[in-house]
Design a protein around this ligand. Structure first.
Ligand SMILES: [Zn+2]
Length: 290
């Protein structure tokens, strides 16, 4: 990943000020993935975005992430460190191998490639509920990656949900059903086409498991044991809002630095931003000494 310069990063922050959290997350994702067409970003699997954002966090602010959390049992304030690089790697991201089954396809309406079909058939011999995990085969992005589930005579191909899918589903009266309808590529029972409403609950559950296995970063849940009372607290880590908060602090600090240096030396903003952080720090110390 190329580390974005201070000027671009400030522009990202400025653009994000007027945005809702979802818009800020998209801006951060753009910064993390300049290689991907902007329109495709919301279609990438959610877990891939999370991995991208952890990688960006690491590139901008380093590995160590400090997290504060209140114990859900006794209210104790807990503070601990997480490793952004560890998350970026373990969440898979692009280029991850998965189990090598399945295939990614941009096709709609069941036009899944032959490679996927054969892999699914080969593995279904072994177990009653085989799951073809999606493979992120070398391409720049895994938009449209699918999982395949075969169970109880059903053969279902399901696209890994992206942020756009989750956002749209959340607005529906029944978010689960809406997500199922949006991401279902094809459902066949004993050779007959079926719709999302026909899927029995066990098959739906199997799809959810397959999606989670193929896109594990979609839900980053922390499980922290309290040092005071021993109870575990579960909390979701929203890397987008975490990173935004850091970027906000960084930008405001930087603008203050610009103000101080411009006042002292008469330099312009572009001149000051062109300085390395180390030199800025050095000149600021000199200002303070006077
Ligand atoms: Zn506690």
């Amino acid at each position: 990943m190329t580390i974005t310069g201070a000027v671009e990063l400030l522009a990202t922050w400025e653009a994000g000020l007027a945005e809702a959290p979802s818009g800020r997350a998209l801006l951060l994702h753009r910064t993390a993935r300049p290689d991907v067409d902007v329109a495709s970003l919301p279609v990438l699997p959610v877990g891939e975005r999370e991995a991208d954002l952890f990688a960006l966090r690491r590139a901008l602010f380093g590995e160590r992430m400090q997290v504060r959390l209140a114990c859900s049992a006794c209210g104790e304030d807990m503070e601990f460190d997480l490793d952004a690089g560890e998350f970026a790697r373990s969440l898979g991201g692009r280029g991850g191998s998965g189990d090598g089954q399945g295939g990614s396809t941009g096709g709609q309406g069941g036009s899944v490639g032959g490679r996927d079909s054969s892999a699914g058939a080969a593995s279904s011999a072994g177990s009653a509920s085989s799951v073809g995990t999606a493979s992120f085969a070398g391409s720049a992005s895994s938009a449209g990656a699918v999982v395949r589930v075969r169970q109880d005579g059903w053969d279902v191909v399901f696209r890994l949900p992206g942020v756009a899918d989750l956002t749209a589903a959340a607005r529906a009266a029944d978010p689960r059903a809406a997500l199922l309808a949006r991401c279902l590529v094809s459902a066949v029972r004993d050779g007959t086409d079926a719709g999302p409403g026909d899927l029995p609950v066990p098959v739906q559950r199997r799809i959810a498991e397959a999606v989670e296995a193929a896109d594990p970063g979609a839900d980053v849940t922390l499980n922290i044991a309290c040092p005071e009372c021993g109870e575990a607290t579960r909390a979701e880590l929203d890397i987008a809002s975490y990173l935004w908060t850091e970027l906000d602090t960084w930008a405001r600090d930087l603008l203050l630095d610009v103000h101080l240096l411009a006042t002292s030396y008469g330099w312009s903003e572009p001149e000051i931003l062109a300085l390395s952080p180390l030199r800025r720090r050095y000149y600021l110390e000199l200002c303070a000494d006077v």
